[in-house]
Design a protein around this ligand. Structure first.
Ligand SMILES: Cc1ncc(COP(=O)(O)O)c(C=O)c1O
Length: 361
């Protein structure tokens, strides 16, 4: 089998052009006589790679000078702890619970701060984004935390919460670089790169510099202090060098597509093709309130687990893989990150129509 359309929620597809460039440069990176995997992170060549990656990221996202960009390890789960460890001052934080990842983050934060859950969509299996225009946020909340795109449940914030002057912290793991973002609205945002941006192993954190402090409690490990990483430009210890290099290539690829505005347009086009087909179908149903449907992750079901399983199996034989839904929702989930071509969605939609014609009673 050649390359497939991979609808996995992550790790997910990378742009083919990027993989081909990695292949071309794998054994001898730019005349260095070695692979990026083999070179010292303290050497001149890698210094050029990480600096250029940061420069391209800043340009792409429009990161103002008073924010730091960090290339870290440990994934989302480490940030679930690192955020409260670093941002707790008053000892209270507000969390909006829109799915497993926000729930996990809140639970992890409780080790370090008092957590107040100011809104939740648990009452309807996280199938919508709660109204966040007038939340009861504690006056002393150090920050308001959201998971901006809910990978499992397929909901996405299209309007950020009114934080009433409190810092906004967002997990953007599954919508990273998928659309323009106004960095000034956030105190901090972070994402594991393994969905939209690169290979697993890199976490990018963007943090406003006045939130980077040196007066943290002694228990906070040196490695998990933003200040340590800011001071050393993400080179405090050995970084995930090869992953950072690949992320850098993806940044250039997105720039070549026309940047985040162009990415947004393509992603909206893909989502429209998919959701229009879903709305027309008599066999498949979406599981999310229409206005909150994620552009990145689309869960859908037939209502019959055996039919769902048959769909996933038959789709795989057509080169449409990893469509099985998360167990919390069941059915199917199509993840359509930046690197998923429009043709992948068209092929999925055609296959859904064929399947429906065969199985509709
Ligand atoms: C939105 C979101 N946040 C956090 C995580 C957890 O990330 P990690 O596996 O990198 O710790 C995931 C994983 O899929 C996710 O989708």
């Amino acid at each position: 089998m050649g390359r497939v359309f991979n609808f996995s929620a992550g790790p997910a597809m990378l742009p083919l052009e990027v993989l081909e460039q990695v292949q071309k440069e794998l054994l001898d990176y730019h005349g260095s006589g070695m692979s990026v995997m083999e070179m010292s992170h303290r050497g001149k060549v890698f210094d050029g790679i990480i600096k250029e990656a940061e420069k391209d990221f800043r340009e792409l996202v429009g990161v103002p000078d008073n924010y730091s960009v960090l290339f870290l390890q440990g994934g989302g789960w480490t940030q679930f702890a690192e955020v409260p460890m670093n941002l707790t001052k008053n000892g209270t934080a507000a969390y909006i619970i829109t799915g497993n990842w926000a729930k996990n983050a809140a639970k992890e934060a409780e080790r370090y701060t008092k957590v107040v859950r100011v809104a939740s969509s648990e009452d309807q299996n996280y199938s919508y984004i709660p109204d966040c225009s007038d939340l009861d946020i504690p006056d002393d909340a150090d920050y308001v935390y959201i998971c901006e795109n809910n990978t499992i449940y397929g909901t996405e914030y299209f309007e950020l919460p009114n934080t009433k002057g409190h810092e906004l912290v967002a997990d953007v793991s599954s919508c990273f670089l998928s659309r323009p973002i106004d960095v000034n609205r956030y105190g901090l945002f972070y994402g594991g790169v393994q969905k939209n941006v690169g290979p697993a192993g890199v976490t990018i954190v963007v943090v406003r510099n006045d939130l980077v402090r040196d007066d943290l409690p002694d228990y906070v490990p040196k490695m998990l202090r933003y200040q340590t990483q800011v001071e050393k430009n993400s080179l405090f210890n050995t970084p995930p060098a090869f992953g950072i290099y690949v992320c850098g290539l993806v940044f250039k690829w997105i720039k070549a597509q026309g940047g985040l505005a162009a990415m947004d347009q393509i992603n909206r086009e893909k989502a429209k093709i998919f959701y229009d087909a879903l709305d027309e179908s008599k066999l498949f149903q979406g599981t999310v309130r229409r206005e909150d449907r994620s552009l990145m992750n689309a869960p859908f079901v037939t209502g019959d687990p055996d039919l769902d399983a048959a769909f996933v199996k038959e789709a795989e034989a057509e080169g449409l893989v990893s469509l099985k839904g998360h167990r919390s929702v069941g059915g199917m989930r199509a993840s359509m990150y930046n690197a998923m071509p429009v043709e992948g969605i068209q092929k999925l939609v055609s296959f859904m129509q064929e399947f429906e014609a065969k199985h509709r009673v």
